[in-house]
Design a protein around this ligand. Structure first.
Ligand SMILES: [Fe+2]
Length: 338
């Protein structure tokens, strides 16, 4: 009887030790790997993540999709599949934060305060600028000007509901008021050469085709069009102006990062620190000609030559984000795209 008991004890002991070892190995394996959902294109993300893997030995797996990741993250929020979300716009970061799908993170010393919150951080800045018919020789322009009578039938723009435009309009609301924005958007709509359509680059094509003289678009598309054999001719007719240089500066949006999985927080924070650090920031600056968030990292040569001294609007992105719903309501109310 006693030997029987001894045997059972022995087996139990082995089972406990084995399961302990299994858990230890499993968690250590698990914790050395990060899963990412990325809206940022593979071409841009790959070199960054390769550097991170080399520096840290942490393996990174990632899924890229231009659409649908926010919905996926919100659906999975109680059992996150991904540890990290890389977004290409502030509004997606706010969407997941409002849905309680991102977790608190450490403040980042390299990122200016207006470009981070407790739940997300900016990694690059993208300016929303104005593309202008070269022949007009426009040097200075304010976003506000686009609502004036002088611009009747001269402006092209993509859907007002695109996150890039919503952010711009939300910044205008922050600097003026909700009532002001409504009348601004009514006038802007009345000045459009055609119904909102296409993407930012299609508007520059429209300037080339003589459909309009002005369009609103992100700055890095200028370089993307320069590098594209089918598109570079559009720039024969169009140049770029960084708006509001004589006052508050040009509106900037961010691409950014949020942490989704509490269980893998330590590794996730390592990636956040890496991507906001010097090495990654200069890869960002050079690969996509965006503005680094870190003030210590120089612009790419191409950005430097075009926008070396550009002044940016320092509006807090959280304030901007809080206006988004009101902006969407106005766009619906006045049927901006219709
Ligand atoms: Fe873009």
């Amino acid at each position: 009887m006693e030997t029987q008991m001894k045997k059972i004890k022995n087996i139990l002991f082995k089972v406990i030790v084995l399961s302990f070892l299994y858990t230890l190995i499993y968690t250590s394996l698990q914790s050395e790997e990060l899963k990412i959902y990325s809206e940022r294109q593979p071409l841009l993300i790959e070199p960054l993540l390769e550097e991170f893997e080399k520096d840290t030995g942490i393996k990174v797996e990632w899924i890229y999709s231009k659409k649908g990741l926010v919905q996926k993250i919100i659906l999975e929020k109680n059992r996150p599949v991904a540890d990290i979300f890389l977004s290409s716009d502030i509004s997606r970061l706010i969407d997941i934060t409002e849905a309680d799908a991102s977790i608190k993170m450490q403040p980042l010393s390299m990122v200016p305060e207006n470009l981070q919150s407790d739940y997300w951080a900016g990694l690059t800045q993208r300016a929303r600028i104005i593309y202008v018919n070269k022949e007009l020789e426009v040097k200075n322009i304010n976003y506000e000007d686009l609502a004036s009578e002088d611009y009747k039938g001269k402006i092209c723009v993509r859907s007002g509901f695109h996150p890039y435009n919503i952010s711009l309009f939300a910044s205008l609301m922050a600097h003026h008021s909700e009532e002001w924005l409504e009348s601004y958007l009514i006038s802007l709509k009345a000045n459009l050469a055609r119904k909102p359509q296409g993407n930012d680059r299609d508007q520059v094509k429209a300037i080339y085709a003589g459909v309009c003289d002005y369009s609103i678009g992100n700055h890095y598309y200028f370089f993307k069009m320069q590098d594209n054999d089918d598109q570079k001719m559009w720039l024969e007719k169009a140049t770029i102006v960084f708006p509001n240089q004589d006052n508050r500066g040009t509106h900037v949006n961010i691409s950014g990062i949020a942490i989704l999985n509490e269980n893998n927080r330590a590794l996730a924070e390592k990636l956040v620190n890496f991507l906001s650090g010097l090495k990654a920031q200069s890869i960002y600056a050079n690969d996509n000609n965006e503005f680094p968030v870190s003030p210590d990292v120089p612009y790419s040569d191409r950005v430097q030559s075009l926008a070396g001294n550009v002044k940016f609007d320092s509006l807090d992105l959280e304030e901007l984000a809080s206006n988004r719903r009101a902006v969407i309501n106005i766009l619906n109310k006045i049927n901006f795209d219709g």
